[in-house]
Design a protein around this ligand. Structure first.
Ligand SMILES: Nc1nc2c(ncn2[C@@H]2O[C@H](COP(=O)(O)OP(=O)(O)OP(=O)(O)O)[C@@H](O)[C@H]2O)c(=O)[nH]1
Ligand SMILES: [Mg+2]
Length: 458
């Protein structure tokens, strides 16, 4: 899809299958005309009045046969989801009936909508910016209430307001800079570089906080990754299975049972977690194990938090020391878990160098509720538990934000040191890239990438 279209589109907005009701949306300048051709109201109310609900029949114009008894709701531009005239037809939830009604609509002046086309029109008509579009997308794909709440927060418009304000601010500076460059002889005040430098640094700091919130937002939205780390046979897979309540990972007494990383979702309180079981850390015995251990290290890098699992029933060895070193290297929130406390203990307490340790047994589950409580506490302490600040960005928006930060850095570093026209180029790039974050400047190809992730009917 390459250009803005002004025709009338229609699609089923509800999933296929049997249900009480299905919904068909029709949007565009001819939405009411299409309905006028095929809809006969049951009551006396004239059709279409703005923002009214009508009970009546969809009738195939040529054959004159009733396709369904429906409820039709009217929304008049610009007060609709798309900003266009929009009609919602609630049919009986049977795929045969829904398809027939949609077919009649399509034969009478509407065309089938492409994925995300309703939301694309909402964006193009200024009903929402790209940050709100991203929130809609993530709301539709949320697996937990915490993810949904994050998206709903963003729909309230705070991130949009923030980016709009920062961008307008930078644009002001850019305009002043351009004016003093282009009309030096006119009575335009010369730019005070000290003031500009201070302003840009302030904006840079605000933008960095926004970028951090976006990084945290994507961690929370995707489920916070928590990786189990430990030497072979320490009991990582047993802990994973216990927490999931099912035998997900293979458990044996053969060291090196888990060779690949396994990822499973679970809820801890209100938080969506991705628990990751990993291949035990040690000097690899073969190529497959080496690849598995490489993946373990990647999982550590991607994780929000780590659970270091140690076998309390045996003497510590060099692999355990490797695990401790890896936990230190990662520098992430981490919980040290002494497992197998149902057996006589051989692992000395001072092995952890005075760090807190939890005691548990994956065999009988003792102590694992404490692990859940500790994880929950880690999340609360990290500040990721609150949603007010977090931001959701799509891949294109994140990349644009990174570019905006980089060009703003160049501008900050160059003030007083480079020509003002170079400074203007960097500022211009920052403004343009921020426009790609909220959609004020965006090209059609990027829009295609964004909206193709949506389903048809949204
Ligand atoms: N007694 C006792 N045995 C346990 C406990 N946790 C795990 N085991 C046993 O220890 C062995 C290894 O457990 P796994 O869960 O496969 O250990 P792992 O860390 O995933 O091992 P790799 O996948 O090889 O890295 C199995 O025989 C488990 O039954 C425990 O708390 N107590
Ligand atoms: Mg395992």
């Amino acid at each position: 899809m390459s250009k803005v279209r002004t025709d009338t589109i229609a699609a089923v907005a509800t999933p296929p299958g049997r249900s009480a009701i299905s919904l068909i949306r029709v949007s565009g300048p001819a939405a009411f005309e299409v309905l006028n051709r095929i809809f006969k109201t049951g009551g006396k109310k004239t059709f279409p009045l703005p923002h009214c609900a009508y009970y009546g029949s969809i009738i195939e114009p040529i054959a004159g046969l009733i396709a369904d008894k429906v409820l039709v709701t009217t929304f008049v531009a610009p007060h609709s989801y798309t900003g266009e005239n929009l009609v919602e037809v609630s049919t009986h939830g049977n795929i045969v009936v829904v398809s027939k009604v949609l077919q009649i609509i399509l034969q009478n002046g509407a065309r089938g909508a492409e994925p995300g086309e309703f939301t694309r029109r909402a964006f193009l008509n200024g009903k929402m910016d790209l940050l709100e579009v991203e929130a809609v997308s993530q709301l539709l794909s949320a697996d937990s209430m915490s993810q949904a709440r994050l998206a709903l927060n963003q729909l309230d418009g705070l991130p949009s307001h923030f980016v709009g304000r920062i961008r307008a601010h930078l644009l002001d500076h850019l305009v002043q800079l351009e004016a003093s460059l282009n009309f030096p002889e006119d009575a335009i005040e010369a730019i005070d570089e000290h003031i500009l430098a201070r302003e840009l640094k302030k904006i840079r700091a605000e933008l960095q906080i926004f970028a951090d919130n976006a990084r945290n937002g994507s961690m929370v939205a995707g489920g916070l990754k928590v990786a189990l780390l430990g030497r072979p046979n320490s009991g990582k897979s047993s802990i994973m299975n216990y927490m999931l309540g099912r035998e997900r990972a293979i458990v044996t007494d053969i060291a090196g049972t888990t060779r690949d990383t396994l990822e499973e979702s679970l809820m801890i309180g209100n938080y969506a977690i991705k628990l990751i079981d990993t291949a035990g850390l040690r000097e690899p015995g073969d190529r497959i194990e080496a690849i598995g251990i490489e993946r373990t290290r990647r999982a550590v890098d991607d994780a929000f938090a780590l659970i270091g699992v140690f076998d309390g029933s045996s003497q510590p060895d060099s692999d355990d020391r490797l695990v401790l070193a890896e936990l230190d290297r990662a520098g992430k929130p981490c919980i040290i878990l002494r497992n197998k406390t149902d057996l006589p203990q051989q692992l000395p307490d001072n092995f952890f160098g005075g760090r807190d340790q939890l005691q548990a047994s994956a065999l009988n589950g003792l102590g694992l509720e404490q692990l859940v409580a500790s994880l929950s506490a880690l999340i609360s302490q990290s500040g990721l538990g609150g949603y007010e600040e977090l931001v959701l960005l799509g891949a294109q928006q994140s990349a644009a934000l990174e570019r905006a930060l980089a060009s703003l850095d160049r501008a900050c570093a160059g003030i007083g040191r480079m020509y003002q026209d170079m400074l203007a180029i960097d500022l211009e790039e920052t403004v343009r890239e921020l426009g790609r974050v909220n959609g004020e400047t965006v090209d059609v190809n990027t829009l295609d990438l964004i909206f193709e992730r949506f389903c048809i009917g949204k």
